[in-house]
Design a protein around this ligand. Sequence first.
Ligand SMILES: C[S@@+](CC[C@H](N)C(=O)[O-])C[C@H]1O[C@@H](n2cnc3c(N)ncnc32)[C@H](O)[C@@H]1O
Length: 212
Amino acid sequence: MATTDADAYAGIARFYDRLLEPLNAPLRAVALTMHPPGSGMTVLDVGCGTGAHLEAYGEAGATCTGLDASPAMLEQARSRIADRAELVLGDATALPFDDGSFDLVFTSLFLHELEPDTRGRVLDEMVRVVDPEGRMLVIDYRDGSLRLKGRMWRAISTIAERVAGSDHYRNWRTYLRSGGIEAMVPAGAAVNKSKIVSGDNLMILLIDKTDV
Ligand SMILES: C[S@@+](CC[C@H](N)C(=O)[O-])C[C@H]1O[C@@H](n2cnc3c(N)ncnc32)[C@H](O)[C@@H]1O
């Protein structure tokens, strides 16, 4: 997706948090315990959406940057944290940041919606901009055998991904078929910690940069 494309989130941005924060907030809480943000830690959220995750990192003392391709989602993020974060309209396949700029590169519920060849480019960019001693934290779907809570999540996700449009839905299905988040660890990186959440439906990976 280039920033000149129609904004796929224009219609939903104003309602996004009302619909998804009840599901997102618990994920964020687990992620924060897996790699607690120290004061002064520099954090980039790739596909930051409405900025809810960045707000939590900012409250924990981190210096926050968010990048998203949707002007409508960024407008929501600005109304929430404009004074506490740098918010950038841009494309995650070409992050406008120097190599090794961030202590933590975070992304949540973003990779699954990308075209398969775009995913790899985004992951390579994430590895590039993380500090050699830094970490990546990725939250996304896994291809698990679902427990009850997971089945509920999967049903809600199926509706949401369908409503988001045929490309979005196709990419999500391809993502799951190709092994989900566990198949996404990029070259030059290795899993440090992982947690299965949402009844086997999602996973949180804490990833080290190894290729330094
Ligand atoms: C499902 S939302 C997730 C938002 C947020 N990370 C969350 O957890 O609630 C996916 C976000 O990725 C953004 N996005 C999609 N393609 C992008 C791209 N190529 N570069 C940057 N952001 C992109 C969308 O605009 C949207 O805000």
